[in-house]
Design a protein around this ligand. Sequence first.
Ligand SMILES: [Zn+2]
Length: 283
Amino acid sequence: MRDLARNLRSCALRSARDAPAESTTIIAVKHREIYTELLSPNVRDRLLATLVEEGILRLLGAHGLEFVDATPVPYVRLATNTGENGVVAQCVGVWFDVRPLVGPDGDEDYYLPVLCIPEAASEATLAHELLHLRDLLALIERDPSYPERASRLSVNGVETVSEIDGSIDFELFKIFAMEPQAYRLEFEMGETWIDVPCAGFRYHCATADELVAIRLADYVVNLERKYVERFPGHEATIQQAMRRWTNDHAGDVFRPPAYERIHQVNACAALMFLAEGSRTRSA
Ligand SMILES: [Zn+2]
């Protein structure tokens, strides 16, 4: 198993970026075809065994894995514990050589999206991650360079100050391409609240729009904090990139100026949580 965040040796995907549009389309279709083949009845048992051999359980902190025959997309589910950082579930890509499973036309470095789901996760949480899986497969079809960029440019993978701008562009693109519809789905499935663990209560949102706005504002502010922790002394560069790319990617959720709106929403949410917390305690 290659390092999830830093593996750059995605030969097919790298060539896709430089190739004419026609080849790009072939490679994009190929990603979906390989996914379907890996999860087909003839291959999936060997796929699970390969993932175990490659050390993916240890890599993702999982204690088991299984094939799930879901419609419209079957998937590999890894059983994880709720993380210390509060991550309860995630859709993540793992890289490995698929040629022993699908033949010589397969990729040496294939990016397989899998779901890490704790056993106690709710139906809405699972639905949220399944929607990410479907969106991710569709995104790779539209943009075959996505897996390679996800490795190189994710907030955990980026290594140099010169990559901060590109990394923030990528992370904010990903958040606003994936999260609004997933949070909306959670609300529609009845999970209409936001847990405020530090205050020990749940804030109940009145509308899906409210839930989406509060969660995304929190997500963006936390993302900025992660970059500041990773690159101390570069706060101005980080804030400039955050403002620029938030304004560029967040237009469907926050009206302009989106970056400032997000900080307003975050501040308002903190006040609402405070008021709700003291009301709950005095009740
Ligand atoms: Zn999500």
